[in-house]
Design a binder for this molecule. Structure first.
Ligand code: ADP
Length: 725
């Protein structure tokens, strides 16, 4: 079998992702490799695929015990024989596996680093033909990394003890230059072929939201954009986790909690429910996430400020591992910063470390207040030099709100701080500027200052926003004391002397809600049928519950979407779908094709021939092209010419369902659509009656309660027309 044959046969892919081929070819040439690729970059395939081609077994060293089982389950689904050895196994199973390894039953063996030099394994390893040692999360070997694991330092001793030195391959998603050098030196990599792919995760949409009502924001946002989609909400404390989970479940959301203070069994249960899609929202502290490789997390909300940029990038990075869009939102509130500062102080680290922690936190505060591109800010933090000024796909780049000159406001604030002799905190400064008559102000005679009451026309929130923006722009410094004090920096004098102007977003200064909600511009590259996609998801879910594996191990969302776009009905076309390998076809092909066939027949869908799989990887094709974003307008043009659904579908080369989707979008944007053109009244009455009986949660029961003549499309139109969802 050639490399590409195996890529297609086992993994169901036709192309490599960036960097994969170079690494794999080098490994097959017997060279050591170092792959630094972002989360979701496809590191596993870099060792799994060559492992199939090489004679002998590949050892994969991984620190995350919980992931080993998942990886082995996923490989089993693909028809690749593998196993794992770690402390979770009892003696009998352990020995049984050792025997299996000796009998060459496996192509891959996942092993925890502390097991390598155990006598039983050392003895066995001498008799094995070890083709490659792949070190996953290789940064764990470095004391300078963020996740040092002392056992990793035993890896080189193990490799040296082997009669034949195998190929050594190291992989990580996060490594500074210093850590990279350490990985190479400590693992004794020999002239490794390197593939370093930047930190950027183009499918993650970053935004910072300033809202007075976080709970409302969360519930509105999930209802509008993430119904039935998986997401994580990170909170700073266990108490917030518990409170928020309770409030969400009380409102009917499918949410579960996760934090370090819970009973381990309950925590594990909640985690499993999330991974198996039995629960959609995980409300968690930062204890959640290590070792979770759920690929289809569609939103990550930080209900409170994260601790620093590293933590934020790790946590936000858990979204969109499958390469599809995920929204990463920080809900900003100034009170959270004060909380984080208190936490740093309570930790009582050394003065240098404390200084570093404060600096790191400040970077994040600046991130929340900047008007520049958020992606650029993140990449710069990690030492990259982005080639763009604006990514055109983050909350800031898409924010078209008006900028206003706030130089005068800034001058008033800065001079107030000056008059207060750099001795007071945020609240006091706001009170003086707003002319408060509180006792402390009167006692200290601050009402006699020339800056007293000069900003009564601003609300406290607006002043807080402007002041924090001045902090982010380095005109004001916030001290790290128990009661933080605001001081002017040298740069402030330039504003005070009118040598420098200051600008900020008008709606933020005025504290008005933004009308146009920002959404990622990145879209899935193909038009797919949403109803069929929903049906296939339901089928996948029922299989997954029966087999007790997470749904994503059966097929990824992207794979189901392709099925819902190309309606494959025979082996040849089914195998062309990206993510369908031979084993998956044999195990699930019939079930899925049956579901597709019923859908195609009831909806009289004309199937277009699909010659090849999409030739570009999803990420590359993701940014929506101008023509695609206008697609629904073209549909509308046909509609206004009086064409029927079928005529529009034929002309546009899409399904009738897609046409309906386009028209709904037009309708929402105030383009009039008369739905009665597509639906007779009698059917509508029938459908409304059925909905009354079955509820709106699933379409299938509604359909089943209706005569054959009512299609899914009819139901969809009725729901939309009557504003039921
Ligand atoms: P990482 O370990 O780098 O975070 P994974 O190995 O989990 O990433 O891969 C991320 C996702 O990309 C997985 O869903 C995987 O199936 C998919 N993937 C890997 N290689 C390819 C490829 N060549 N084409 C399409 N998808 C791929």
């Amino acid at each position: 079998m050639t490399l590409t044959e195996n890529l297609s046969r086992y993994f169901g892919y036709d192309d490599f992702k960036e960097g994969q081929e170079k690494i794999i070819q080098a490994v097959l040439n017997g060279e050591d490799v170092l792959g630094i690729m972002p989360t979701g970059g496809g590191k596993s395939l870099c060792y799994q695929l060559p492992a199939l081609q090489m004679k002998g077994i590949t050892l994969v060293i991984s620190p995350l015990i919980s992931l080993m089982k998942d990886q082995v389950d996923a490989l089993t689904e693909m028809g690749i024989s593998s196993t794992f050895l770690n402390s979770s196994l009892n003696d009998a199973t352990y020995n049984q596996r050792l025997e299996g390894i000796q009998k060459n039953q496996y192509k891959l063996l996942y092993i925890a680093p502390e097991r390598l030099n155990a006598n039983s394994f050392l003895a066995l390893s001498k008799q094995l033909n070890i083709a490659m040692v792949a070190v996953d999360e290789a940064h764990c070997i470095s004391q300078w990394g963020h996740d040092f694991r002392p056992h990793y330092q035993e890896i080189p001793r193990f490799i040296e003890s082997l009669p034949h030195r195998p190929v050594v391959a190291a992989y990580t998603a996060t490594a500074t230059v210093k850590v990279t050098q350490e990985i190479k030196a400590l693992l004794k990599l020999r002239n490794p072929v390197e593939s370093i792919i930047g930190f950027d995760r183009p499918n993650l949409f970053y935004q910072v939201v300033k809202t007075g009502d976080k709970f409302k924001y969360v519930t509105d946002s999930i209802r509008q954009d993430f119904q039935d989609k998986s997401g994580i909400i990170y909170c700073a404390t266990r108490k917030t986790v518990e409170g928020l989970t309770e409030k969400l479940t009380a409102k009917g959301f499918s949410a579960a909690a996760y934090h370090g203070g819970m009973r381990p069994e309950l925590r594990q249960k909640n985690q499993n429910d999330f991974i198996h899609d039995r629960v959609h929202i995980m409300v968690a502290t930062n204890a959640f996430g290590m070792g979770i490789n759920k690929p289809d997390v569609r939103f990550i909300i930080h209900y409170n400020m994260p601790q620093n940029m590293e933590a934020y990038y790790q946590e936000a990075g858990r979204g969109g591992r499958d390469g599809e869009v995920s929204h990463c939102t920080i809900l900003y509130s100034p009170a959270d910063i004060v909380k984080q500062k208190r936490l740093i102080q309570l930790n009582q680290s050394s003065p240098e470390r404390e200084k570093l922690l404060f600096e790191n936190l400040q970077y994040l505060v600046d991130y929340c207040h900047t008007n520049e591109c958020l992606r650029k800010k993140i990449l710069e933090y990690f030492g990259e030099t982005p080639t763009f000024e604006r990514c055109e796909n983050c909350g800031n780049c898409l924010d078209e709100s008006e900028m206003m000159d706030i130089t005068i406001e800034a001058q008033k604030i800065l001079s107030c701080i000056y008059r207060l002799k750099n001795r007071f905190g945020l609240n006091m400064i706001i009170s003086v500027l707003r002319g408060s008559k509180n006792k402390k102000i009167l006692d200290l005679k601050l009402d006699a200052l020339s800056t007293y009451g000069i900003m009564t026309d601003h609300t406290s929130e607006s002043l807080r926003e402007i002041i924090m923006t001045l902090v982010a722009k380095d005109y004001i410094l916030v001290t790290a004391d128990e009661y933080p004090v605001l001081k002017l920096t040298a740069a402030a004098s330039r504003v005070l002397k009118s040598d420098e102007k200051v600008f900020h977003k008008k709606h933020l200064v005025e504290m008005k809600a933004v009308k146009n909600k920002k959404q990622s511009k990145v879209k899935y590259p193909i038009d797919f049928d949403e109803i069929l996609f929903g049906l296939l998801k339901a089928l996948r879910y029922s299989i997954s519950q029966e087999k007790e594996v997470p749904p994503f191990m059966i097929f990824h969302d992207a794979t189901l979407k392709e099925m819902a776009a190309y309606f494959p009905l025979d082996q040849e076309s089914f195998l062309k779908i990206s993510g369908v390998g031979q084993a998956k076809f044999e195990n699930y092909g019939d079930l899925f094709m049956k579901e597709i066939k019923v859908f195609v027949d009831t909806n009289q869908i004309e199937i277009k021939e699909r010659n090849e799989r999409a030739s570009t990887p999803i990420q590359e094709a993701m940014v929506e092209k101008e023509s695609r974003s206008d697609s629904y307008k073209k549909t509308y043009d046909f509609y206004t010419k009086g064409c029927s659904l079928d005529e529009i579908a034929r002309e546009r080369g899409v399904t009738r369902n897609t046409v309906i989707g386009h028209l709904m979008r037009c309708d929402q944007q105030d383009k009039r659509v008369d739905w009665s053109n597509f639906l007779d009244e009698a059917k509508e009455v029938l459908i409304l009656k059925a909905i009354e009986k079955t509820g709106l949660d699933l379409l299938k029961p509604i359909k089943e309660a209706l005569p054959e003549t009512c299609s899914y499309e009819d139901i969809k139109i009725v729901i939309h027309k009557n504003g039921l969802q």
